[in-house]
Write a protein that binds this ligand. Structure first.
Ligand SMILES: Cc1cc2nc3c(=O)[nH]c(=O)nc-3n(C[C@H](O)[C@H](O)[C@H](O)COP(=O)(O)OP(=O)(O)OC[C@H]3O[C@@H](n4cnc5c(N)ncnc54)[C@H](O)[C@@H]3O)c2cc1C
Ligand code: FES
Length: 524
């Protein structure tokens, strides 16, 4: 999904850039050798790296410099200024880097040692940075099995190879399709603005090239923790030295008459999404049952296809429990402006070929019905294996379960959150990827604690909502700016302490709050 078509802007950085035009701690967007380049200054050091985020193509100069890294304004990826390496998901690929030459006498491009630097020039592109492999501290697992080919599983497999792990890696996925960009399924892909080619996280060759044995359509039926073996649903089995469970979540099913009709769809997998898109190509009217993030994103994507959309939800105020009344009201008015009709405080009692019937008896015409009433973590394997459970799989700060050598990451994992001091489980893309990466390092004995502050985003039409932290309840909601004016930052506080923040079009402030939360967590 990265958009590399950005026009070049700013100065030509191959020409002299006066150092005084880049004060310490600032960035300058320019270009060099035909590519957009970000010049960033830290004290006396000046760095030149690719200016476009490798996730979805955000302009990095609109992000935040933190130490010798830059954070992306859209979904909080982080890149090293020194190496270009993607330090944090959701970016999985590095940005390019260029050599920067500092000169003291600009006119003569001359560098006498006793004069201060006057200007910098961006010179040639440098070779992609390669991680220095550390000698292993422990006996490395010869065979790693990852159960799950989603955000966490894929990120773990990649991280293992990046760390130089040379043993076997097998990724088992019940999905028939390659690991995919799940957030895209309810947004660009469903709206018709992102083609199917944007869905896979990596092409099939990527896994072959990195010697990752990806087995699609392979469901694990049981784990033998004593024998260190996973049993496949089709009868096969495989042994492991280290195991990562990353089985994600599955949609809660609605048990009403008609819920199994062919025009009634759920949305979790790429196969679900393709089937939904096929229906959307011919649908005129849709009912979305469930006013969750997924339900509302589906509503906005179906509206982009000019399908009439009605949303049914049991809550009386949209999104109140997650984002508060004020943002919920705003989201409702935003969707209503796009001609979505809401039926809140009610339920659907049955579905037939051309309508959904509500508790009141009202019939809502629909040739497409999408159900998004929440998900539940896929934990039956872990339960059967006897792992410690707590509304998810209990893991420690290293993401290890109660069984040594078995890790869990993503939607299934409940971990000790450093910021809140609580054990939490979230269903966020970025958290799942970062947990997959940390679990991978810990399988290699690197003893990394998972202490990232949770982050998620949601997109409704052209309005993004970015959320950092985790607040299940709060007693004070501080609103800064103007929600209806799409320029706001909200603080969710409990007993005076900020647990989470949400923002609309305040990306830098959102990143600054994230840094503040990280510092607060580190000092606990
Ligand atoms: C449509 C949609 C849009 C979303 N949008 C956003 C968003 O905008 N922002 C955000 O932060 N989050 C979003 N999310 C949530 C995010 O996608 C999840 O939090 C994330 O995918 C969780 O990653 P995971 O690896 O835990 O699980 P998943 O990505 O769901 O992967 C689970 C994998 O486990 C496999 N599996 C399950 N059981 C077995 C088994 N027994 N044997 C073998 N394989 C098995 C599955 O086949 C799958 O490959 C969205 C989710 C959906 C569905
Ligand atoms: S565009 Fe940079 S993290 Fe998504």
């Amino acid at each position: 999904m990265s958009d590399q078509t950005t026009k070049l802007s700013g100065p030509d950085l191959t020409q002299a850039i006066e150092l005084s035009t880049i004060p310490d701690g600032t960035m300058l967007l320019g270009h060099a050798h035909g590519e957009p380049v970000l010049l960033a200054r830290r004290g006396d050091e000046v760095f030149a790296i690719g200016a476009i985020c490798t996730h979805y193509g955000a302009p990095l100069e609109q992000g935040l410099l933190v130490g010798d890294s830059v954070r992306c304004p859209w979904h909080h990826a982080c890149f090293s200024l020194r190496t270009g390496a993607a330090l944090r998901a959701p970016a999985l690929d590095p940005v390019s880097r260029w050599r920067v030459e500092a000169v003291r006498d600009v006119a003569r491009q001359f560098t006498p040692v006793d004069e201060p630097v006057g200007a910098v020039f961006v010179r040639e592109k440098l070779k992609p940075w390669e991680r220095q492999q550390q000698p292993p501290q422990v006996d490395l697992p010869k065979s790693v099995i990852i159960v799950g080919g989603g955000a966490a599983g894929n990120a773990a497999a990649e991280a293992l190879r990046q760390e130089g792990h040379t043993g076997d890696i097998t990724m088992l996925s019940a999905d028939e399709t390659l690991p995919c960009d799940r957030p895209n399924l309810s947004k660009g892909y469903l709206a018709g603005t992102a083609p199917d080619a944007t869905n896979p996280l990596r092409p099939a060759e990527f896994y072959t090239k990195h010697d990752i044995d990806l087995k699609l359509g392979t469901r694990v039926a049981a784990i033998d923790t004593a024998g260190r073996r996973v049993q496949f649903a089709d009868g096969g089995h495989r042994d492991y030295d280290a195991l990562l469970l990353a089985t994600g979540a599955e949609p809660v099913r609605l048990d009403i008459p008609g819920a199994d009709l062919p025009h009634v769809r759920y949305l979790r997998t790429l196969a679900d999404s393709r089937a939904l898109v096929a229906k959307a190509l011919v649908a005129k009217s849709a009912v979305v049952i469930g006013a969750s993030f997924i339900g509302l994103e589906v509503a906005s994507s179906l509206r982009a296809r000019n399908i009439g959309v009605q949303v049914v939800g049991t809550e009386t105020n949209l999104m109140e429990k997650v984002l508060g009344r004020e943002v919920g009201d705003y989201l409702r008015s935003l969707h209503e402006k796009h001609s979505v009709t809401f039926h809140l405080g009610t339920t659907a009692t049955s579905i037939d070929d051309d309508a959904v019937t509500l508790k009141s008896g009202e019939r809502l015409p629909a040739d497409l019905v999408v159900i998004g009433i929440g998900v539940q973590p896929t934990i039956s394997l872990a339960q059967q294996a006897g792992l410690a459970m707590d509304r998810g799989i209990t893991v420690n700060e290293y993401l290890e379960t109660s069984a040594p050598g078995i890790f869990a990451a993503g939607d299934i994992a409940r971990w000790p959150d450093r910021l809140s001091g609580d054990r939490i489980r979230v269903e966020h893309w970025v958290v799942a990827e970062r947990q997959g990466q940390v679990a991978a390092l810990n399988m290699l004995g690197l003893q990394q604690t998972f202490d990232a502050v949770p982050f998620f985003w949601s997109q409704h039409y052209d309005i993004p909502i970015n959320y950092v932290g985790h607040a299940e309840t709060w007693d004070e909601l501080e609103v800064e700016g103007d929600i209806a004016g799409k320029d706001c930052l909200l603080r969710y506080k409990l007993k005076g302490r900020t647990l989470a923040i949400a923002s609309i079009f305040r990306d830098v402030a959102n990143l600054q709050e994230e840094v503040a939360m990280e510092r607060a967590a580190a000092s606990t």
